[in-house]
Design a protein around this ligand. Structure first.
Ligand code: AMP
Ligand code: MG
Length: 365
């Protein structure tokens, strides 16, 4: 298959290309497109064959359900049994935007789209290209992140091309995404709303909008809980670069010193070392072979924006090991550390306690 690449911006949407892309999707084909979170790999959510094609293109296990993207609240009624009051409140507060809500599905949504579940995950993205495409496709686009399963999510069209060239009919290149981490997922099918995946919309923001406590699924906070996560996708290895990645947590100065000591040791043993750090600390790692800053420690959003591109970039560099500083877990930091720890297979060195090994996300807030 030859993949057509169409460039456009939110301010200057190529209507003819959107029309073509809409026809591809209605005909059962696949189109990758930008959203404000990461690039999505889209197919018609109401055609089982399209969802099967998405799983095949990503190499994704078919028990890992897809998020259905809509462009109008009215369209939600057709695919869910009942819209809970909490969903209306959260939609008022955060849609269009980086929030996915899980509700009971109707028969309009095939089981192939929901990985066999009776519930469906729904999001209304804010990106104008995405909204135009959803409209052109007939209202419902199933779209996971447009990466090969297990690799970091794409934040540039070039990342999508690396993974999806020849596997999809079209890639819409809308430039760099705004946020850089996937949406927050909140389950509204139980009595209490519960966060299944942290994202840009934080626990504090949800709690404030609903005027009640919103908890985070325990399996996200505790890597060793032994329980299966409620969002099936969270159980899979994710975002991992090819080289071994270790995260160093603790007092920032001690972390820098410990990483530098490890670098010197590795160099003695002939290993090539990569470092993931921040603008504030980059200068400390001159002895390492490859040093990449994800953003500014003083600006968590810049770290969210840069993380996946840096993880992906390290696959092109010849390093044996990668060391990353840990980041603050406040606000969006919860999502940042969730993705970073998954990428590291939860391999963390806690510098203050000199204790090494697998750890819980919740250990060092
Ligand atoms: P991605 O499409 O790569 O952003 O991943 C979508 C995430 O949403 C995965 O972690 C899925 O397991 C989760 N998800 C989608 N639908 C449901 C659902 N009905 N119930 C629980 N989790 C879901
Ligand atoms: Mg994904």
């Amino acid at each position: 298959m030859v993949t057509e690449i169409c460039k456009m911006t939110e301010e200057n949407i190529d209507e003819a290309a959107i029309e073509r892309a809409g026809r591809i999707l209605r005909g059962g084909g696949l189109v990758a497109f930008p959203t404000e979170t990461v690039y999505g790999l889209g197919g018609d959510a109401l055609q089982s064959r399209s969802s099967e094609k998405i799983y095949a293109a990503k190499g994704r296990p078919s028990d890992n359900p897809l998020i259905v993207h809509v462009c109008d609240m009215k369209d939600v009624e057709r695919i869910v049994k009942k819209i809970p009051d909490t969903a209306r409140k959260l939609a008022d507060a955060f849609w269009p935007g980086p929030l996915t809500m899980i509700m009971e599905k109707t028969d309009a949504v095939p089981k192939e789209t929901t990985g066999g579940l009776d519930t469906v995950a729904i999001r209304m993205p804010e990106n104008k290209i995405a909204l135009a495409l959803i409209r052109a496709a007939g209202g419902y686009i199933a779209a996971p992140s447009a990466n090969t399963s297990g690799r970091p999510s794409p934040t540039l069209a070039e990342h999508v091309t690396e993974d999806m060239d020849g596997k999809v009919e079209m890639i819409i290149d809308g430039g760099a995404v705004g946020i850089g981490l996937e949406s927050t997922i909140v389950d509204l099918t139980e009595e209490e709303p519960i966060i299944l995946r942290p994202g840009y919309i934080t626990q504090e923001m949800l709690t404030e909008a609903l005027r009640r406590d919103v908890e985070v699924d325990r399996t996200i906070l505790d890597a060793n809980s032994g329980q299966a996560p409620k969002a099936p996708g969270m159980k899979y290895r994710h975002y991992a670069p090819k080289a071994d990645l270790t995260v160093f947590a603790g007092d920032p100065e001690a972390v820098t010193e410990k990483i530098r000591a490890c670098v010197r040791e590795d160099k003695k043993n002939g290993r090539r070392v990569g470092i993931i750090c921040t603008d504030e600390t980059k200068a400390y790692y001159m002895e390492a072979d490859e040093v990449e800053s994800v953003g500014k420690r003083s600006d968590a959003k810049s770290i969210a924006h840069g993380l996946f591109a840096v993880l992906r970039d390290f696959d092109k560099r010849d390093v044996d090991v990668i060391y990353s500083e840990a980041f603050s877990r406040k606000g969006i930091g919860q999502a940042i550390m969730n993705r970073l720890l998954k990428a590291a297979g939860h391999h963390v060195i806690k510098v203050n306690t000199k204790e090494e090994g697998k750890t819980n996300d919740s250990d060092w807030k």
